[in-house]
Write a protein that binds this ligand. Structure first.
Ligand code: WT7
Length: 652
């Protein structure tokens, strides 16, 4: 792969880039690697606004890291208030577009006012530093406003993606022991209302810990409020205005002095067991690295219009719609709805209308748009674009070429960014004015990130060999813990290669030192750039009364990268397989969320197992990938199972 096509930074781009040329970049890299903690500490002092300076860069008691020890800081202050003093008060912070076509432009001054007022509302309801708030909202400005208001007061927020079901929402509220839920009546997607409040009601049924539900009115559809528990967002804000003195004080709700390591948020992600893990991110380190990657990877300038198309319910939205760009004082575009509504030109229409200069999306979105043909992008003026980004999975060369030619008109570098919910911000990606690009490679680890590729004994594998991707030294935005489960944190990430962080990805490095990420090595699938756990879907399936056993694997899919394929054995009974297939898909939708529904359900009489009874998903993966099994089957208990499964496929 090292002899793949190489794109040197375009002269037009490189001329103005903040990091220019490979030799300057190598210097930064070497300086950073010689003492990463010192390197990050210098940046932290310079780039963040502190209430009190820290006295120690890093306290590393593996695997527990504390960055910028002793410092006092506030993430909301850094994302909002400080820009008012830096001459950005009238600069748009958020340019929002609703799916139906409504729009709002919110300046930093206005954002400060809205966040302060909502923080006052939370404070008046009695919420304080350390409390947990679950946020379950559509992509409206009130979502980042709620997050920032929590951060202002030190309330730990946990955003639950609006596509999750009531069941999944409930599990997260319970795990966090949250006392407040912030939601909306619904949101718009593909011209239809996605209702949210009814799911909250189902989730909270007989759950006593939640004292308040705040409901933002987005769609205006009929919504029931439970007396004493539920309040309209606008009613609570209106109460502030009942007294002039309260209203005035609310405009300046003070940002709390918080410890560098104060928990900023918990975001749940799928792991290798049935239960999602609550990834804990803290304040100063997270903020620093999201901010620095805005500069290094996106080459951000004050005049840029930055659009990340992710949903804030995923980490990409946390880091590159909210905290990173706002900490940098950028103008952020935020879009509520689907890319194909009202037609497949929506993204390009927004780019043209808003003069987007940096556009960050996923390979799955690119592939879906390629399929619709070039006429959609060609109908719009995309000349404002200067940089393109990709995240979520390796970008296949065909998608890369299209993105580069049809969207970027060969002028815009493409930054392929490798990172994870756990890493908090981008880890491996090019500095676009310095690093030549190779389609399909995220290129080099960023300054201060000591990534490596090792074998099962933890020994470096050398060039052009496949191995496990690990990170050797702590980095500022790293996951600090799994909420309520430190044992899982240690076992999952820090036990495979002692002292190093285990990513769960396989990778290879070429002769130029470029990293090629190959995919997960565990039972985690990547569907449309979203992480799904095989075990989580299996345990949802076996809850169904008809299902005896289930095994889930990812099967290759042209658009979504992988699709969920479930092998299911049934209990004794008179089941109609045809009806049951649909029913089970709906069932998974109810237990987890519609995005987790299996694309395919295959009923079978038996599953391949080892003699100790473990399901051999590896064989099932082979069946759905290559339609045959060539791998080692010596540990298989019943060889006829494979013959039957393969034969079954041939009949289809
Ligand atoms: C997994 C993390 C934070 C990004 C959104 C997904 C895969 C992500 C790339 C990339 C190759 C990638 C990895 C990783 N992945 N970006 N540029 N090249 N693989 O976050 O849900 O935490 O998933 O996504 O497998 O481990 P996530």
């Amino acid at each position: 792969m090292s002899d793949s096509k190489v794109y040197s930074p375009g002269s037009e781009f490189a001329k103005n880039a903040q990091i220019q040329g490979m030799s300057a970049y190598r210097e930064i890299q070497e300086h950073a690697a010689s003492d990463p903690a010192k390197f990050w500490a210098e940046l932290a002092s310079r780039e963040l606004t502190w209430f009190e300076p820290f006295h120690q860069p890093l306290d590393w008691q593996p695997p527990f890291a504390k960055w910028f020890v002793g410092g006092k800081i506030n993430a909301c202050y850094n994302c909002v208030d400080r820009h008012l003093l830096a001459g950005r008060a009238d600069k748009p912070a958020l340019i929002w577009e609703g799916e139906p076509g409504d729009e709002r432009v919110i300046t930093y001054r206005e954002l400060h006012r809205l966040v302060s007022r909502f923080a006052t509302v939370l404070q008046n309801l009695g919420y304080k530093t350390g409390d947990r708030a679950v946020i379950y909202m559509p992509m409206v400005p009130e979502l980042p406003i709620a997050m920032l208001a929590c951060a202002r007061l030190g309330i730990i927020h946990s955003v639950v993606f609006g596509g999750f079901s009531a069941e999944a929402l409930r599990a997260r509220i319970e795990d966090l022991d949250a006392s407040i839920v912030i939601t909306a009546d619904g949101g718009w997607r593909r011209g239809k209302e996605v209702r949210l409040k009814p799911a909250v009601d189902t989730a909270l049924h007989d759950l006593l810990g939640v004292k308040h539900v705040i409901v933002y009115r987005r769609t205006g559809s009929a919504t029931e409020l439970k007396d004493g528990r539920d309040f309209w967002w606008h009613d609570l804000e209106r109460h502030l205005d009942d007294h002039a003195s309260v209203a005035q004080a609310a405009e300046h709700c003070e940002a709390k002095d918080l410890d560098s390591e104060h928990p900023l948020y918990v975001l749940y992600t799928s792991g290798t067991t049935g239960k999602p893990k609550g990834i804990l991110h803290t304040t100063a380190g997270y903020l620093l690295q999201t901010l620095m990657t805005m500069k290094w990877v996106f080459d951000l300038r004050d005049e840029d219009i930055f659009w990340c198309t992710a949903d804030i319910g995923w980490v990409t939205g946390h880091s590159y719609i909210v905290y990173g760009p706002l900490a940098a004082g950028a103008t952020v575009v935020m879009y509520e709805g689907a890319p194909d509504y009202p037609d497949f030109g929506r993204f390009w229409q927004i780019v043209e209308k808003r003069k987007v200069s940096i556009f960050y999306t996923s390979p799955t979105a690119i592939r879906a748009l390629i399929r619709q043909g070039d006429r959609w992008p060609e109908a719009h003026d995309l000349s404002s674009l200067r940089l393109l980004g990709s995240v979520g999975e390796p970008i296949n060369p065909a998608a890369w070429e299209w993105y580069h030619n049809v969207i970027g008109k060969q002028r815009c570098p493409i930054v392929d960014t490798w990172w994870q919910t756990e890493t908090g911000s981008i880890m491996i990606a090019p500095a676009p004015g310095a690093v030549p690009l190779k389609p399909g490679s995220a290129t080099l680890p960023l300054p201060g990130i000591l990534a490596d590729i090792v074998d099962s004994k933890g020994e470096p594998v050398g060039n052009n060999r496949e191995g496990y991707l690990i990170v050797r030294h702590p980095w500022p935005s790293m996951v600090r813990n799994v909420w309520g489960d430190p044992k899982r944190f240690v076992e999952q990430y820090w036990s495979r290669v002692p002292g190093s962080y285990f990513t769960g990805d396989a990778a290879r490095r070429d002769d130029d030192g470029y990293f090629w990420v190959l995919g997960r090595v565990d039972d985690v699938m990547n569907v449309s750039g979203h992480r799904l756990s095989t075990m989580e879907i299996e345990s949802a399936l076996v809850h169904h009364p008809a299902v005896a056993e289930a095994a889930v694997v990812g099967k290759p899919h042209e658009i979504t990268g992988q699709a969920v394929c479930a092998f299911v054995t049934l209990k004794q009974g008179d089941w109609s397989r045809e009806k049951l297939g649909d029913e089970l898909r709906q069932w998974v939708g109810r237990e987890i969320g519609a995005f987790a529904r299996p694309e395919e359900i295959r009923f079978t009489d038996g599953l391949p197992k080892t003699r100790s009874g473990k399901i051999m998903r590896r064989l099932l993966r082979e069946i759905v990938t290559t339609h045959a099994v060539t791998g080692d089957v010596t540990t298989l208990e019943d060889l006829t199972v494979i013959a039957k499964l393969s034969a079954q496929h041939d009949e289809e």
